[in-house]
Design a protein around this ligand. Sequence first.
Ligand SMILES: Nc1ncnc2c1ncn2[C@@H]1O[C@H](COP(=O)(O)OP(=O)(O)OP(=O)(O)O)[C@@H](O)[C@H]1O
Ligand SMILES: [Mg+2]
Length: 434
Amino acid sequence: MPDLNLEKYVEQESSDLEEFRKQLSGRNRIFKPNGREFFEEKYLPSKLHHRSNEIKKVLSVLRPCVDGEAPNTLMVYGPSGTGKTAVLKHVGTNLEKIGKEDNKPISFVYINCSTMDTAYALFQYLGNFFTDEDKAKIPSTGWPFQAVLDKVKENLNQKERVIILALDEIDRLVKKSGDDPLHTLLTLQCECTNAKIGFVGISNDLRLCENFEQRVKSRLAGVTLTFNPYTGDQLKTILEDRAKQAFIEGKYRENEIALCAAIAAKESGDARRALRILRTAAEICESDGAERIEERHIYEAKNSIEKDVIKETIQKLRDHEKLTLYAVCLLSLRKESITTGSVYGTYGNLAKIQGMNQLSPRRITEFLTNMDELGLVSAYVQSSGRKGRTKQVELNIPLKETVAILEEDPLIKPLRQKLHPRGYIEKTLDDVKE
Ligand SMILES: Nc1ncnc2c1ncn2[C@@H]1O[C@H](COP(=O)(O)OP(=O)(O)OP(=O)(O)O)[C@@H](O)[C@H]1O
Ligand SMILES: [Mg+2]
């Protein structure tokens, strides 16, 4: 048996650990212990800056619930990161507390439709919200929908109360399941006598209701509230507040916070983006061992987030959209101008090679419009002499990176191998100057 010299081994291990511990303690800390929590999505700030008008408006619509009456329907619109969810949760949870104090039960039910985008999932959650008993719970699959619905009504109707039902990212539900679940939900209002239900819908898409059937449109017609993007100064207050809670004093300065706010305001006025830049800058600063957050950390954070955002956006596309984007990439390699017609042709070939059904030209044009809105491509109409008006398409993001992200995808990976003679795409990509 070989001599393992365990003692020496253990000694070595612990001295490595000691070394590691030294590095860890010598590391320059920016975050307070648990400071990262203040940057988490689930963290609800107690003070919402620059949203007092919106809070007042939401309160004025929901006020009847403190008198035990169903409030009017409220639709909240606005771009990402403008505080819609934060304001609704702030008002909803505070109303719930007031209802408890006054002995007039108010339940605030918050449902994010991006994770609950089918009728079954939505009603299962709603039904189970009002019962703690395992026996009375609706299982995650298996019940006929009518049985789920009956159980929901029974549970909602158990006692007299007001229910504020907030459906966040309602556009996701409609995209996946149409407006039927919404209609069923809205009819609960008439069918539950003990429970008085008020609806709040939250969406990024201002035109959401345009395509609804009349029966849904008329029930949703209530009060509308739109949130605007934050200005640089407003974002600065939000960031300063968070920095104070999360960072050790002296580890950041006003100038760098202002820079972070200005970058986010210029991009979109999105508070989530601003907070993400600041948090990433603090992390870069910590691993850099710098004394405090510097301008270069903010710029580095901005660049790294941009890459992540492109990746996340591409990964979230549906299969046919990924094929369409890959078609745009392949056409971009040829360095010729790209029309929607040529995208459709290349997409069709890719779909065929992949053994997938080819969607209609209209759907591909819709995909290109969607990808234009997401900032991945630019699709614009151009007059082209005798041929009339054609739609031109351009890739809006770096070609090399986009191809690399797409080719990691299990859908595109095998396609790439079938498509290109060995080395062709690398050579062409090497020629691409980004
Ligand atoms: N006025 C504010 N004061 C403090 N923090 C804020 C404020 N507005 C937004 N935030 C923070 O910014 C982040 C994004 O806000 P929120 O989730 O409410 O945006 P949203 O409008 O719902 O965006 P989306 O449409 O993408 O869902 C959250 O972490 C929230 O805490
Ligand atoms: Mg939200």
